[in-house]
Design a protein around this ligand. Structure first.
Ligand code: UD1
Length: 544
């Protein structure tokens, strides 16, 4: 370990010697911890980081004044649509995607280094459960969808498929995530195919360019943004690991979209057949104010302009048809070829410009007292995962339907949208739809069919409510196995009762009725259904 003297000399070169101002009064343990934290900080890089942060802060916190004039929507030839195409084209994309998956050329990569501040949890967001009857967490839902897509591709091509799962974590999320996966037996995935790696951390900086001490023995650090991915890929030789496994295509996604389709064969197939090196899924923006980035062109080059960096006037502009001019909302689902990622890590990463986030950063004052600021006092510098789009040779966007693919969990239930309730409802609606598409019929307690389009999916399912309110039954064709399709409480749980329905052919059809404790009295149709994975293959006709 470096001596205090060495570390002091390095900090002097970076102009950040104040970080050692309490060092002399620290006990040996905390002092060693502080020195260990400071040792890896390269003096030149630290100096540059602090200088950039202060310079960025000196500029007015507004979108670049000339940005609006340089923006254009993406040209239509760069945009594909999952819903607006002929079914045979969609099938072609899907087939190509499954083919690549069956060849073991597809991996998924989860960005899970964020802190979940808006949701208000202190643990990694992937460990959050939104109150489904099955009590599954986001991580579990994702793991099961990976298994399902492997299974579907395997069934089509008669092979054993593996979709490796790369998970980028940060200092905040690595420990708890790794522990959680071990405790849950990696959700029955092969641990060799789950690769966790850590992104870098950067010091938070005051407006005048001084790194902040959070405690006498600790510098305030934050992950370097989800664009820290590219350094992290290089730091941990992740692309080499992909190469060894034969992975060519990577689906990168963010942790909080409960509807995410892991390694979505349609998206993968579309990108591969278009010869894209880089792609992004988009949904139509719900409103000008929705906090999603906009996929567009700046100076003729495809790019995402983040919601924090577009002016309200530009966000409100309308196209001649009346819709939003910039309506391609980024849902943080990206397609990259491994070759492109290799080029980024080798050549382009140093060209990425960090973005500035002004935050309230806890610190110690000159006397060493801890302070929780009420106003923003510090700057965190972040790179964004989509900042590499301008380097793509052939970028494509892929428009999908919000109801089918996007319901992010950003906020606590006190917020109006993007909260646990909206995420839960979105998942139930998605699974209900998949069950219908797979040929399931929903029956009421008397065996009569329920309408296929429940009128009120807005009912709330309150976790923990005690009295059963309703029961229902559904049937499904023999090829849909309920255990892999349904989001159910664990077997044996008092919330789940199964009963065979007389008259149904064993094996061909089955029936299940269960009490839904968590139902709001306003709707009889809310359910707790299935994660059929990337469902397309379950979409075969049901029994007549
Ligand atoms: C920069 C970025 O991608 N912004 C997108 C992100 O915004 P948003 O601001 O919601 O992004 P988040 O802060 O939720 O981060 C997105 C993902 O990146 C991960 N993360 C974040 C910071 C970090 O240092 N390390 C890390 O891995 C998070 O864990 C999360 O999985 O999702 C929205 C859709 O929901 C998009 O419209 C935004 O364009």
């Amino acid at each position: 370990m470096a001596s205090e003297l060495d570390v002091r000399a390095r900090l002097q070169r970076a102009g950040q010697e104040h970080l050692l101002r309490f060092c002399a009064e620290l006990a040996p343990g905390p002092r060693a911890a502080l020195l260990a934290q400071l040792e890896p900080l390269e003096p030149e890089a630290l100096r540059e980081h602090c200088r950039r942060a202060a310079a960025a802060c000196a500029r007015p916190p507004a979108p670049a004044p000339d940005l609006a004039a340089r923006l254009r929507p993406l040209p239509p030839e760069r945009v594909g649509s999952a819903s607006g195409v002929a079914p045979q084209t969609r099938r072609l994309w899907e087939e190509e995607g499954f083919h690549q998956i069956a060849l073991n050329k597809v991996a998924v990569l989860l960005l899970a280094g964020g802190q979940g501040t808006r949701l208000g949890v202190t643990y990694p967001k992937g460990m959050y459960q939104v109150g489904l009857p099955s009590q599954k967490t986001l991580y579990q839902l994702q793991a099961e969808r990976i298994r399902r897509v492997e299974q579907l591709a395997g069934e089509r091509y008669g092979t054993r498929c593996t979709v490796p799962w790369y998970i980028m974590t940060s200092e905040f999320t690595l420990g708890p995530t790794a522990k959680f996966f071990k405790e849950h037996d990696f959700f029955h995935l092969d641990p060799n195919n789950v690769v966790m790696f850590e992104q870098r951390m950067l010091p938070a900086v005051t407006f005048d360019g001084r790194a902040i001490l959070e405690r006498k023995d600790k510098v305030a650090m934050a992950p370097d943004g989800n664009g820290g991915l590219y350094c992290a890929l290089a730091d941990h030789q992740v692309l080499e690991d992909m190469e060894r496994r034969g992975v060519e295509f990577v689906h990168v996604y963010c942790v909080d979209n409960i509807l995410v389709r892991l390694a979505d064969p349609v998206f993968i197939g579309f990108c591969v057949l278009r010869g894209a090196d880089c792609g992004a899924k988009v949904v139509e923006k719900a409103s000008p104010e929705e906090p999603v980035g906009v996929v567009c062109q700046v100076d003729g080059v495809p790019q995402v302009v983040e919601y924090s960096e577009i002016s309200p006037q530009t966000a409100r502009l309308r196209a001649p048809g009346g819709g939003l001019l910039y309506n391609a909302g980024n849902i943080c689902n990206h397609f990259f070829t491994r070759d492109f990622l290799q080029m980024v890590t080798r050549e382009f990463e140093p060209l990425l410009k960090p973005h500035v986030a002004v935050k309230k950063v806890p610190y110690v004052d000159e006397e060493g007292n801890p302070v929780k600021p009420l106003e923003p006092n510090g700057i965190k510098m972040e790179k964004f995962v989509f900042d590499v789009l301008p380097f793509a040779k052939n970028f494509v966007a892929f428009q999908v339907l919000r109801g089918e693919e996007f319901s992010p969990l950003k906020n606590a239930d006190s917020a109006e949208r993007d909260n646990p309730s909206t995420a839960r409802r979105a998942l139930l609606a998605q699974h209900h739809q998949w069950a219908l598409q797979a040929g399931a019929h929903f029956l009421d307690a008397h065996g009569a069919r329920l309408p296929e389009q429940p009128r009120d999916w807005r009912c709330t399912c309150k976790a923990g409510s005690s009295s059963p309110r309703s029961s229902w039954t559904w049937t499904w064709p023999g090829h849909c196995r309920p255990d892999s399709l349904l989001d159910l409480p664990a077997p044996g749980s008092p919330r789940l009762r199964t009963q065979p329905r007389p008259g149904l052919q064993g094996g061909k059809q089955a029936a299940l009725s269960f009490w839904l404790q968590n139902m709001d009295h306003r709707s009889k149709h809310a359910g707790s259904l299935h994660e059929g994975g990337n469902c397309p293959a379950t979409r075969s006709p049901g029994p007549k």
